[in-house]
Design a protein around this ligand. Structure first.
Ligand SMILES: [Zn+2]
Ligand SMILES: [Zn+2]
Length: 294
């Protein structure tokens, strides 16, 4: 992974900055069409996103003013010439370790091109977006952040309550194997939540059955985030974790009826095959079992 360094500055030259990161932490240029960015920049605002740890103001730090544009974000500009330079979402869990620098202020964009338009539902009525670059009404799915979750937050606890309630609603009680909060807080279980723009989107868990075999548990997407790829993002993460641990096999138990059709389709898409019961499970009327050899 090679380090990239970008430099830039304002119109009058009083402020200069530097942003360094790797290909994994520098993200190609985003055009934001939200009302705030449009007022601030005079049109939509395009920015290069990089790690906050790799950012420094190399000249004229005293000349930078920060306007707090919401309770979660602030915008930096040159107090002499007014150039719009930086955006920092300090109050967003998924964004606070990043900084946006305006693409127009870069000395050299080094081949980086516009990769997406965001918040297009708020775009101005006076222009059209027709450059073929992906257009998102709000925040794109790629902004999903997966984090290890200790299950103490109220949002995640509410989601798990829904998950259990649905499990009991959709199967007879003796076929419900969904885990409750205390069962998920065991050392053999790793639990993750998925967030987008500081909103909980879903969760998933991986239970170690033995050193080579893991079980997927608690896959759930919030009803507001359905069909946005949350399940795929979570499942891809769990498979990656299982591979990193050296597991040879991933298994899961799910329902065989209609409410679980979307879940089964997701697992099939990732190459899971139907199999016999594993670990302590027994074949029931309402469940079925799937596995993926790693
Ligand atoms: Zn300036
Ligand atoms: Zn914006």
């Amino acid at each position: 992974m090679s380090e990239e360094t970008y430099t830039g500055g304002c119109l009058c030259g009083a402020v200069k900055y530097q942003l360094s990161g790797t290909d994994k932490t520098i993200h190609g240029i985003t055009a934001c069409h939200c009302g705030q960015c449009r007022r601030w920049s005079g049109h939509h605002w395009a920015s290069l996103i990089g790690p906050k740890s790799g950012f420094s103001i190399t000249k004229g730090e005293n000349n930078v003013r920060w306007h707090q544009s919401s309770h979660k974000a602030k915008r930096g500009f040159c107090q002499t010439c007014g150039s719009s330079l930086f955006w920092h979402g300090f109050g967003y869990r998924s964004l606070k370790d990043q900084i946006d620098v305006s693409a127009g202020s870069l000395d050299d964009s080094k081949g980086r091109a516009l990769v997406r338009h965001i918040f297009c539902e708020n775009k101005g009525a006076y222009y059209r977006i027709k450059d073929g670059v992906p257009v998102y009404d709000r925040f794109p799915e790629s902004e999903m952040l997966i984090k290890r979750d200790d299950l103490t937050g109220p949002e995640i606890q509410a989601l798990l309550r829904d998950h259990l309630a649905d499990a009991f609603a959709n199967s007879p009680p003796d076929s419900v194997f969904a885990l409750d909060l205390s069962a998920l807080q065991k050392p053999d279980i790793s639990f993750w939540s998925v967030w987008g723009d500081d909103v909980l989107l879903g969760c998933g868990a991986l239970k170690e059955l033995d050193k080579t075999h893991g079980e997927i548990k608690s896959m759930r997407t919030t009803s507001a985030a359905l069909r946005r790829g949350v399940g795929s993002t979570m499942l891809a993460h769990i498979i990656e974790q299982a591979q990193a641990r050296g597991y040879k096999r991933l298994s899961l138990e799910t329902g065989n009826n209609q409410p679980y059709a979307a879940a089964r389709a997701l697992y099939e898409k990732f190459g899971f095959e139907y199999c016999a019961p594993f670990a302590d499970y027994e074949e029931g009327t309402f469940n079925l079992f799937m596995k993926l050899n790693l």
